[in-house]
Structures are given as C-alpha cells and as structure tokens.
Design a protein around this ligand. Structure first.
Ligand code: DX5
Ligand code: ZN
Length: 223
C-alpha cells in the first residue's frame, strides 16, 4: 500500500511572537508546511492572529501555508486569505456542517481545502465530504490553545479515516494537530496520519531544526 508522504508542520502559535520572521526562518528548510492557527474568540475561547500576519509572513517564506481557521464564519475571508498567500484553508465541520459551498468558493480562489474534526465529533460528520477535500485534520486536543496534552482516543478516528481513504483510493492527507511530541508521533503515524502539526515540541525546543528532524526520524523508523 503506497503510504502518503510524511509532512511536518510546525505551528507558529508556539513561536516567539516578538520575532515571527526569525522563527519562521529557523524552520524554513526543515519543515514541509507552516501551520497557522487563526482564532476568533468565539468558535474558540482565544484570539491569535489573522490575515495581515499571514500576508507579512508570506513576504518572508516559500513554505506551504496551512491555515487552520478556528472561527465561527470560516468562509467569510476566503478571497483575503488567498490574496495573503495561504495555500490551504482548513475549516471545522462543527462550524460549517455542510461545507460544499465553501469548498467551491475556496477552489474558485485557488485555495486547497481541508476539514477539521474536534476530539468529540464522530467520523460520520466528515465522511460524506471526503472525496471533496485535500486534507482531513483530526484535532488531538480541544482547539484554542497550544501546549495541551495529546488525547489518544482520537487515534481510532485516524485509523478509520486512513482505512476509508485507502479503500476508495482518495488523495486526502490525514493531518493530526495538538500535543504531538516525540513520545506519541509514532502512534499517530501508525494509526494512519501523514501530516503532523507540532507547536510546543518544535518552537519550545532549544533547536527547532533538531526537533523537526527528530520527529521525522521517529516516523521513518516506524515505517
Ligand atoms: C490548537 C492549535 C494547534 C496548536 C498546537 O488550537 O490548533 O495547532 O498550535 O500546539 P501544540 O503542538 O503545542 O499542542
Ligand atoms: Zn492548529
């Protein structure tokens, strides 16, 4: 079975916000994607950063920008996100239970599209849309904050997703986000995830490049 390509996506939420450009430069060559957490203080009880920050970072980087919208109205800013240089937009199925129109609108502005599923939300919520999306992002913590503890119970959902994607020969990446460390990334890979978001484990490390390489090494060793 050809396994989807492994991608490591540092989450900028855990970076030093007084020097975002430098933090981004530190992971530019070792990371595959940059994960950008946009929060609205409504869908989640926290605020982070928005489109102007993404646009400023785009000036500094050629990395693939994975924009995780934790917002109530995730389809309101698609055009602006595309203009800011986002590559992928992911929206919570809990915020937009029928995402078909949003998917069309994202494609119209040449954004790739992913659906995000919270720890408590069942697989069935995203199942009808799997063939329409580029990514399914499984949250392994409650969204809203970095530095939380990984919830292993979500791995059953990752397994189900991988099974379904392979069975129907779909191209969707399976991404996992929240509490990923060198202690659990192997289990997440075994369950079938192929894109791994890590904030604290990368930007909280003394050397973020070593941290990215270590996470990648663990997955490849398990392969
Ligand atoms: C949580 C965010 C995550 C977060 C991950 O709401 O979606 O992307 O930045 O951070 P860590 O890896 O520290 O759990
Ligand atoms: Zn995220």
């Amino acid at each position: 079975m050809p396994m989807a390509r492994i991608k490591i996506a540092p989450s900028l939420l855990a970076a030093d916000f007084t020097r975002l450009g430098e933090e981004l430069a530190r992971v530019e060559t070792s990371a595959d994607w940059l994960h950008l957490d946009v929060m609205d203080g409504h869908f989640v009880p926290n605020l982070s950063f928005g489109i102007p920050v993404i646009a400023a970072l785009r000036e500094k980087s050629d990395l693939y920008f994975d924009c995780h919208l934790m917002t109530t109205n995730p389809d309101a800013f698609l055009r602006e996100l595309a203009a800011a240089g986002a590559d992928l937009v992911t929206m919570h199925i809990e915020a937009i239970p029928d995402p078909t129109a949003a998917i069309r609108r994202a494609r119209a502005v040449e954004l790739e599209f992913g659906l995000v599923i919270n720890p408590e939300t069942p697989f069935a919520a995203v199942e009808p849309f799997l063939e329409l999306v580029d990514v399914v992002l499984v949250m392994s913590v409650e969204p809203g904050f970095g530095g939380q503890v990984f919830i292993p119970e979500v791995l059953g959902k990752v397994e189900k997703l991988r099974e379904t994607v392979e069975k129907h020969d779909l191209s969707a990446d399976i991404e996992i986000d929240g509490g990923i460390t060198s202690a659990n990334i192997g289990r997440a890979a075994e369950a079938g995830a192929n894109v791994f978001v890590a904030g604290t484990a990368i930007f909280g490390a003394d050397d973020p490049v070593d941290a990215v390489m270590e996470l990648r090494r663990i997955i490849e060793e398990n392969d």
